[in-house]
Design a protein around this ligand. Sequence first.
Ligand code: CA
Length: 220
Amino acid sequence: MRILLAEDDAMIGEALEYALNNSDHVVDWVRDGESALLNARTEPFDVILLDLGLPKLDGMEVLRQLRRSGNTTPVLIVTARDAVDMRIKGLDLGADDYIIKPFEMPEMLARIRAVFRRKSGHADSVLENGMLSLNLVTRVVTVNGSDFRLSAREYALLEALLIRPGAILSRQDLESRVYQWDQEVESNAIEFLIHGLRKKIGTQSIKNVRGLGWMVSKQD
Ligand code: CA
């Protein structure tokens, strides 16, 4: 998934960026509240990790303004152990969950998956569609009982399509979920990824809708 990381502490930010990249997530890291708000409003993110103590605009204010403007992207706030009032205030303002510093990385990753799943209406960590299933924890895709390992970008692309079966995602939609904003993207990069995915999981798995984009058909 594509994650907006708003964190001004360089050490925590680097550790999080590393762990999230390692788990095949696309991460955009911003270091102040104004940039967090701007990015959250202009780019599609699956989850926002929001430190509350941020320069320029504090995290609580970022959250308040986001929710006031109707943005419903899942927000996980990151707070200090003794800040009970802040956690309550954050949840009341529309945060989806919180995590206490210092945190263990596996717990952080699990909470990210949990808020993502809840927001997209999935109760567990396996996205199933017909003969195809994708495990959000192991990131293994299963087709007709056979397991396949995907590259980080193939995974991000398939996840984006499979979390909303039946929806058509444009080239721009897919690029924004597979690449960070500062990455150069070749004009045929998405076609190339889809070609590779179809070779692994079946030519009918991803449908092209001429002129509009791509989709995974909804199946029981
Ligand atoms: Ca901070």
